[in-house]
Design a protein around this ligand. Structure first.
Ligand SMILES: *Cc1c(COP(=O)(O)O)cnc(C)c1O
Length: 466
């Protein structure tokens, strides 16, 4: 066994051509750190020539640490708004606008006509109002922030009336009662888990009341003996007492008409337009759910209430940045013009016809059968889901590729796909790997095919797969 003394000094290691190349790429400090770590590893388990091994190991360590942690993945799960996978993919023009604004200065808070300070709040407001019918709008960092901001601005230290059926947890720790506490508002629960009537709200109104809150239960549904007052009735009641109604709508379905019908799964989804029409004073929703835009929170509603929210000190803590405004403005502009609407990936996925999916899935099956004849590839009926808390239990019919291998379990295949570049996230059911192309961009079909071939480690190597 070589003695520890056999390790060359760091200075000596740094003179190797391979180490010099690393210094050029990463800088001396990082390379010295990596060489030290590699030397410690070699000392613990000496193998081969220390000089060569340590420099090669340092190169591998530097590769690892310089690779970005956040990487694109292919979503083959069929869940359109997948929170773990970054929610809505941006439309190409929205991403391009964000990139354009990101690399330079912009008129984010500058009035170009007057040559003086302007307001960032103007950027998406007109488009949001045009699309929803609201009088005013404001953008925050996300919907959770929007909700806390509205409660703080309108109801801090006073009571907020909410139905017991809406005290939900949305996921990721967003619990309505806890959010309320954080905002300084006092929760006043009314009704029961399954039934709450307008009279329940009316009985709870007192001089301590600041607001009536309505929450979209999102990912959860109560069935059977249930009752919930129509929004318009709630608004009429609140306005009789000069109180506002605030709705946390979450998924933010715009509810605009479209020539090609929206999927049945969205039939019961409450829309922002409907809430505005029902005279709800403030409505908050996410920018990266059904709107298909960047992560942000949108608050739309009555001008006077929006102005109050905008001038609250918390606004500064939750405001959105220039890249968000650029991507949001572009996304809203696409929504405005019906022909361009399908350029928004979420819209495209919602409307993707079954035949289009079938056609793509056949192509994929043919390629896989050619390259890996031992595989069992079946095209089966299945369901894509909307996700993001919209239309819980809703399903959009799809066609899935079910892959079974006699040589690898579905679990092994699934984890091999996840480990690939780009990683592919898929589902497992009855020991078959399921691929749903509804959520895979068409231009990623080829990368997906290669990734699946690559994950089949026992298949004969072929030109396309290497
Ligand atoms: C998704 C959702 C939220 C959280 O929205 P973020 O944009 O993730 O902050 C809050 N409320 C409801 C009803 C939701 O569906």
């Amino acid at each position: 066994m070589p003695s520890p003394r056999a390790i060359p000094s760091i200075d000596l290691l740094l003179q190797q051509p391979a180490a010099l190349a690393l210094v050029d790429a990463h800088g001396r400090t990082q390379v010295v750190d990596a060489l030290r770590t590699a030397a410690t590893e070699w000392r613990a388990a000496p193998t081969g020539d220390p000089g060569t091994w340590i420099v090669a190991r340092a190169a591998a360590l530097l590769d690892q640490t310089s690779a970005p942690l956040l990487v694109p993945v292919i979503n083959a799960t069929g869940v359109i708004i997948h929170t773990n996978l970054g929610r809505a993919p941006l439309a190409r023009t929205a991403a391009a606008r964000a990139a354009e604004v990101a690399g330079g200065y912009s008129n984010l808070e500058y009035d170009l006509e007057a040559g003086e300070r302007g307001s960032r709040h103007l950027h998406a407001e007109q488009l949001l109002c045009a699309l929803t019918g609201a009088e005013a709008a404001v953008v925050t960092s996300n919907n959770a922030a929007a909700t806390v901001l509205v409660l703080a601005a309108v109801a801090a230290g006073r009571e907020v009336i909410v139905s017991r059926g809406e005290l939900v947890e949305i996921g990721g720790g967003f619990r309505v009662p806890d959010v309320m506490t954080q905002s300084g508002a006092v929760l006043r629960e009314v009704g029961t888990t399954n039934r709450t009537r307008v009279t329940d709200y009316a009985a709870a109104i007192s001089e301590r009341t600041a607001l009536i809150l309505r929450v979209h239960p999102s990912n959860f549904r109560i069935e059977g003996f249930t009752e919930r007052p129509p929004l318009a009735d709630l608004a009429t009641l609140a306005h009789r007492f000069d109180l506002p109604v605030f709705e946390d709508l979450g998924s933010g379905w715009l509810g605009v008409p479209h020539t090609q019908p929206w999927p049945d799964a969205l039939a019961g989804e409450p829309s922002v337009r409907d809430s505005v029409a029902a005279d709800v004073d403030l409505i908050a929703f996410s920018g990266d759910k059904l709107l298909g835009g960047p992560q942000c929170g949108l608050i739309v509603g009555r001008a006077a209430w929006v102005a109050r929210v905008r001038t609250h000190p918390l606004m500064r803590a939750v405001r959105a940045g220039k890249m968000t405004y650029a991507a949001l403005e572009a996304t809203l502009a696409l929504w405005r013009r019906e022909p361009s609407r399908t350029e928004i990936p979420v819209v495209d996925m919602l409307l993707m016809p079954l035949e289009a999916i079938e056609w793509r899935v056949r192509e994929l099956a043919v390629t896989l059968r050619t390259h890996a004849p031992h595989l069992q590839c079946d095209i089966i009926d299945g369901a894509s889901t909307i996700g993001g808390g919209a239309a819980p239990q809703s399903a959009i019919p799809t066609r899935l590729l079910a892959i079974r291998s006699p040589r690898q379990s579905a679990a092994a295949l699934e984890s091999a796909l996840r480990a690939g570049t780009p990683p592919v996230v898929a589902r497992i059911q009855h020991d078959a790997l399921l691929i749903d192309l509804r959520t895979v961009r068409r231009e990623d079909d080829e990368a997906l095919t290669k990734a699946v071939c690559g994950a089949l480690q026992f298949s004969a190597p072929c030109e396309d797969c290497t």
